[in-house]
Design a protein around this ligand. Sequence first.
Ligand SMILES: C[S@@+](CC[C@H](N)C(=O)[O-])C[C@H]1O[C@@H](n2cnc3c(N)ncnc32)[C@H](O)[C@@H]1O
Length: 213
Amino acid sequence: MAEPSDNSTETASESLLLPTGDGVVIDIGTGDGLFVYQSAREQPSRFFIGIDASARPLEKVSEKIYRKPAKGGLPNALFIQAAVEDLPAELDAVADEVHVHFPWGSLLRAVTTGEGLVLGNLRRICSEGALLEVIVGLDPERDRTEIERLCLPALSEALVDSVLIPRYRSAGFEIFERGTLLPDEWPRLHTSWAKRLRGNPNRSLLYLIARAL
Ligand SMILES: C[S@@+](CC[C@H](N)C(=O)[O-])C[C@H]1O[C@@H](n2cnc3c(N)ncnc32)[C@H](O)[C@@H]1O
């Protein structure tokens, strides 16, 4: 871990003696951490942090990263159990990139309705100019119970334009790209839920990319 530093211009990520040369990427609602694990293996000069409210899906991958490198260990990955509503202050301004892939529950509600508290927390962990990517894949029929339970709006690019762009802006994010992905574009997403859901053509996938202002 880091020596205390008196250099006030040093960022939080630089002050940890970690391989963060090309930036820090945080995956919120990481689940089993596949995205973090594979990305950290492919990009050794970036540091990847996976965060999930639930400890159970994190168990296997958290153990794996501490093995010897030959056995799958990775020095540039870390997993934290935390809810997006309550992210540790140590993460403030640390991220150069934040991902939210296939959220569920309160995380899904927050990013699709633009909840101020959660968007504020996502902004808090971003450095200025950091990128935020949100990918939501819902099937209006199969996911009807969850959609109704969370009182979710119908997801569309029009909803992003009319509701989410202003709400994200109030939280300090400028959405500069949004769209839908076809099922056959899903394989490029290295997440377990992308793999699990990609066979269903009724599952529309909406994404947005924003910049921290
Ligand atoms: C459908 S899984 C997706 C996992 C992973 N991103 C993927 O694509 O494979 C949704 C994850 O969001 C997590 N989650 C739900 N609400 C959350 C919250 N408030 N804070 C952090 N994680 C949350 C769940 O525990 C779950 O692991």
